[in-house]
Structures are given as C-alpha cells and as structure tokens.
Design a protein. Structure first.
Length: 286
C-alpha cells in the first residue's frame, strides 16, 4: 500500500470517543474547506462501527456548511433502527458547535434476489491508454508555475479521465464524462474500507460534469461551486484494487443549481454502485 493510500485509510477511520460519538481529522485537498467526499466517507465509517454483520447499501446526505480543514470534525451517530434484515443510522457532523453535514444510511443483510441491470454503456479504451490526473496536473504546473502547489497535492487513487477538457478555459462539450479509477496501491478486501473509499471518490468530478456544456472550469475564480447533497447506492461488492469505470452525466442545470448522476462499472460491465448529486454553480457577483 502506498503511503498516501495508507494515510487516507487512517483519516477515514474516525476515532471513537464515547457511545455514538466519533472524531475525525481532514486531509489536504488544496482547498480552504473540507472535501465533501471525506465527510461522506467518515460519516459512513462512523455509522458502520455501530453495525454488526450488515453492509451499507445506500446513503443520503446534505452539506449544510463549509467545513474547516484545521478543526477536528465531531460525528454523532444515532441508532435509528436495528431489524433482522435492515438497519438505519443517522449521522450529524459538527464543527465549532454547529452542524455542517447530516446523513442517513441504510444497511442490509446480504441475501439473494432477482437481478437485472440496464444495458451497459459502450466502454472506452482501457485505462492504460489515458493519462492520469496526476500527469494532467503536472502538465498544468509546467505551463502555469503559480499553480505548482496544485500538482503537489497527493492523490490516493489513480484517476484517468477519458475525455479530459483541461483545467483552464475548457472547450464546450456534452454534459457527460468518463474516468477510469483504481486505488493507487493495494487495499484490504474489507468491504467497509472499499465502500468508504468509493464514497470518498464519488464526490470527485461529479459536479464538474455540469460545467462541460458551458465551457467553464469549476477552478475559475469567478465561479462558486459546492455540493449541496449527495446520494449513493451500493449494488455489488466493491473492489478498487481493479479498475472501475466512473460514468457521469448532468441532466439539468438552472437556478444556480445542477443535478448530476454517476455510475461505477467493473471491467465486465457489472454495475457496482450508483450516485446522484445536486450542487451549487453560480457566477460570483464580485
């Protein structure tokens, strides 16, 4: 396991304080705020620590306030229900005495059932044919030295965009995107860790899909962009030691909000997980 991947697992495994109370620190993403995927994953792992024998199958979250990356986050887990087949948990994340995030997640015992999925989208070439996000960032830093700090931010996952438009002044493109994703190293086969890290990465690039038809970058200082809510469903066991294809689209944008969807497929075409998000995208008035 690479050092940065090991550090991510350590960050996501929040520390228990007393019954239902957990604390977590933040990892740097080069932003003056906490990365939303981190809070989702930490909340999921905190809630899962109170569950015995069931795996998370869905989560639904709201981002309430910007998180402070310098301040520990307090996670309060409420045991809503424990049944024979399903269990439900509610989580509130707090900083400086105020709620910054809340989430509900549901757990289900593994059992057989009817199965189908819609036709798998046409797959692109394999990941070996595309540059990694780290390579794209290094190229940006060479062109614009002022952004060299951006390239130095470690990425614990190997992300290879299929249809990369660039970080600055991108061309207009359809509101769809694809990227190959895999752990940068070998993860344990623990489904809690695997699903937690998939929840973490599910917030990467999802909102950016809504910017593609407009020829703008969410790194543009004149654009304000932030996740408002996030939902995720786990359909099959996750294995980030193998490549997953992350497909996203943005069916709608308007009223300073954008609605986006994502799907994770393994290389056999099996739908592993789905996600959806609404985000804020507005032009700054000053």
């Amino acid at each position: 396991m690479t050092q940065i991947l090991e550090q991510l697992i350590k960050i996501l495994n929040v520390q228990a304080d007393k019954d239902g109370i957990y604390y977590g620190n933040s990892t740097s993403m080069g932003l003056p705020r906490v990365f939303g995927g981190q809070v989702i994953a930490q909340s999921l792992l905190a809630a899962t620590d109170t569950i015995d024998g069931l795996l998370p199958h869905s989560l639904h979250a709201y981002f309430l306030k910007i998180g402070d990356p310098k301040e520990p986050i307090r996670y309060e887990v409420d045991r809503i229900r424990d049944g024979r087949s399903f269990a439900t948990r509610s989580i509130v994340a707090r900083q400086h005495g105020e709620a910054i995030f809340n989430m509900s997640c549901s757990y289900h015992v593994q059992e057989p059932g009817v199965e189908h999925q819609l036709e798998t989208p046409e797959f692109p070439e394999g990941p070996e044919n595309f540059k990694s996000m780290a390579q794209h960032r290094n190229e940006l830093a060479e062109k614009i030295p002022q952004l060299a700090h951006f390239a130095k931010i470690p990425i614990p996952l190997d992300i290879r965009p299929v249809d990369f438009l660039g970080f600055i002044n991108p061309e207009k493109a359809p509101a769809t995107s694809m990227a190959w994703i895999k752990a940068d190293g070998v993860l344990p086969n623990d489904q809690i860790i695997q699903r937690g890290i998939l929840a973490y990465v599910s917030d990467m690039g999802l909102l950016g899909t809504a910017a593609r038809p407009h020829g703008v970058s969410l790194l543009d200082p004149s654009i304000m962009a932030a996740s408002l809510d996030h939902s995720m469903w786990f359909h099959h066991d996750v294995n980030l030691n193998n490549w997953l294809l992350y497909t996203t689209d943005a069916p709608f944008a308007g009223s300073a909000r954008a609605f986006t969807r994502g799907a994770f497929y393994d290389r056999t075409g099996k739908l592993v997980a789905s996600t959806a998000q609404e985000g804020l995208v507005r032009k700054k008035s000053r």
